[in-house]
Design a binder for this molecule. Structure first.
Ligand SMILES: NC(=O)c1ccc[n+]([C@@H]2O[C@H](COP(=O)([O-])OP(=O)(O)OC[C@H]3O[C@@H](n4cnc5c(N)ncnc54)[C@H](OP(=O)(O)O)[C@@H]3O)[C@@H](O)[C@H]2O)c1
Length: 359
């Protein structure tokens, strides 16, 4: 038996060691600094409303390398060495005194509010009970692991900014967040247009988009949007490109519409778009920058939608734990079509066939 696997008496189980990918620096990129430790320190016993989880599957998000690569702030906030990864689905192995409503051995999914020292590319992590949801019956583990950060981000980029019958434009719709954004916007009753490359047109349509604009087919995307003469109620931007998209959005976004910025390759995109006044050529529409929160109600709702088949998971690729570096290389390529999953530990009495459904 694997020495770090929980024995049958779960109530008293507290692992001393675990297998994990660790980093202590990020020079040249996080993935070049990852090292696999077969028996490193496990998180401490859960206190208060904390839950100790044995991670079965983790899903990656760009923040998993962007945050560590901030350098000193990351080092000061979380400490080193650290394991990357926020999204997980796994089993409860121990609970703090205020989290006794969760049964040991229960399958749960979730993500911490921000990157942590014991991330989901380690066999065990500790998380507060308000950042998790119980896995609904029938939902595969890999699919639940894919949900938290990207699903919540998509939810929060739309709720309050669009309503049924309205038109939404989603830039970068084929990635981890975008696939959820298409489906949640359709759930809300919106008309969805996406901006995607030729190879992802079919994917976006399959996920529910009503129309797709191929960004690789138009040299001047903003001119194309103007020429189409369609006015949107909301623009959700995961990419930050083209750079003029926000500054020129008054040509294709309603006067009372909102431009929602989810992602960009540089913080300067957010700062420039936020700070450049409209009378000097800046954007003329309301600008909102999303900062995802682990909202438990939304996490539960997303799981229910998944169980009911109202949203589907698009897995780009699934890696075994020893291939985590390759998973990060794929993530950094910026070409993922949906979510990247890493199998962290065997599901422990869970039917192995539950892996990978939805591929
Ligand atoms: N604000 C927040 O709280 C928050 C939360 C989560 C994520 N984010 C950020 O949001 C961004 C998206 O995250 P993600 O997980 O969706 O990333 P991702 O999965 O890595 O996105 C990859 C997708 O982006 C598409 N893409 C790349 N360049 C494009 C372009 N010029 N135009 C249109 N599509 C393009 C790619 O399609 P092609 O290969 O076809 O180009 C690919 O399918 C990242 O910057 C991330 O850091 C922010």
């Amino acid at each position: 038996m694997n020495p770090t696997m929980p024995p049958m008496d779960m109530a008293s189980f507290q692992p001393e060691a675990m297998q994990a990918w660790l980093y202590s620096g990020t020079s040249g990129g996080l993935e070049k600094n990852l090292r696999f430790e077969p028996a490193t320190r496990a998180p401490p016993a859960p206190q208060g409303n904390e839950v100790l989880v044995r991670v079965i599957s983790a899903a990656l998000n760009p923040v998993d390398y962007k945050f560590p690569e901030m350098g000193l702030p990351a080092r000061m906030l979380i400490g080193m060495p650290a394991s990357p990864g926020m999204d997980f689905c796994g089993r409860v192995v121990a609970t703090g005194p205020l989290a006794k409503h969760l049964k040991e051995d229960q399958l749960i999914y979730g993500c911490p509010a921000r990157p942590v020292q014991f991330g989901s590319l380690g066999e065990y992590l500790s998380i507060t009970a308000d950042k998790i949801a119980v896995l609904p019956n029938g939902v595969p583990i890999d699919n639940a692991a894919s949900l938290p950060v990207a699903g919540l981000t998509a939810y929060q980029s739309l709720e309050g900014y669009v309503k049924a019958g309205e038109k939404v434009l989603i830039n970068g719709a084929s990635g981890g967040c975008g696939i959820f954004a298409i489906q949640i916007a359709k759930q809300m009753g919106c008309h969805v247009t996406t901006i995607s490359s030729t190879r992802n047109i079919e994917l976006c349509l399959r996920m529910g988009a009503d129309e797709v604009i191929d960004y690789t087919a138009h040299k001047d995307l903003v001119a194309k949007l103007q020429e189409r003469n369609v006015v949107f109620d909301c623009v959700v931007d995961h990419i930050g490109l083209p750079s003029t998209l926000y500054y020129q959005c008054h040509h294709f976004l309603k006067e009372d519409g909102t431009f929602v910025q989810v992602g960009a390759s540089s913080i300067m995109t957010f700062l420039g778009r936020l700070g450049w006044p409209s009378f000097l050529g800046g954007g003329q529409r309301k600008y909102v920058a999303v900062m995802v929160k682990t909202d438990q109600k939304q996490l539960v709702q997303l799981g229910e939608w998944l169980a009911e088949g109202k949203i589907k998971i698009q897995l780009d690729s699934v890696y075994e734990l020893h291939d985590a570096e390759k998973a990060f290389q794929k993530l950094r390529s910026g070409r993922a079509r949906g979510k990247i999953v890493v199998h962290v530990s065997d599901p422990h009495n869970q039917n192995m066939e539950s892996f990978g459904i939805g591929l």
